[in-house]
Write a protein that binds this ligand. Sequence first.
Ligand SMILES: Nc1ncnc2c1ncn2[C@@H]1O[C@H](COP(=O)(O)OP(=O)(O)OP(=O)(O)O)[C@@H](O)[C@H]1O
Ligand SMILES: [Mg+2]
Length: 181
Amino acid sequence: MVRDICFHIVDLVQNAVAAGARTVTVRLSDSADSDEIKLSVEDDGRGMDADALAKARDPFYTSKGFKKVGLGLPLLEATSCACHGDFELASQPGSGTSVRARMEKSHWDCPPLGDLSDTMLELLVTLDEVNLEFSFHGDRGQFDISSAQVREQAGSLHLSHPDIYSFLRDYFAANLRPLLE
Ligand SMILES: Nc1ncnc2c1ncn2[C@@H]1O[C@H](COP(=O)(O)OP(=O)(O)OP(=O)(O)O)[C@@H](O)[C@H]1O
Ligand SMILES: [Mg+2]
């Protein structure tokens, strides 16, 4: 089992970026009322053919030449299945990949969310070349943000510029953090 759901989000976004995605969409819903955590990450990267798709769930398969194991997807599948949930991986060469995982929130083995606000903030400001779209849905409300929307406001400034970074940190603190308490 992994430390938290944020670990999985970072892994899935890194997978998408490594596949050359221009847009990566992360959706997370976390509800005690419906006792469910649902995570989906979709990208428009190079995708996988049927052979690569079948291998992607194997911990001893990776296309990243510098290592011998590829643990991200198998760990998420194992976590979802252990938590009475399910896991779906779909991909088409040339048109992208979609990963969906669902877990029973109250299950003993269900990992905590982790620091979702800081994780998404860091991904947003560090992924320079990508449009990251993020939406969170919880029992207390919804939060949506995208790098395209922030770049429009930021003009010529980079998202990691201190002024933009501090604006975003306050924005996440005011709008996302209260939904997570
Ligand atoms: N979004 C994606 N688009 C295209 N190929 C993907 C995508 N996600 C995973 N893959 C393929 O599946 C392989 C396994 O992914 P997985 O996350 O399990 O391991 P990894 O990324 O190789 O290593 P790790 O996650 O341990 O750092 C990747 O090496 C890549 O070839
Ligand atoms: Mg990975």
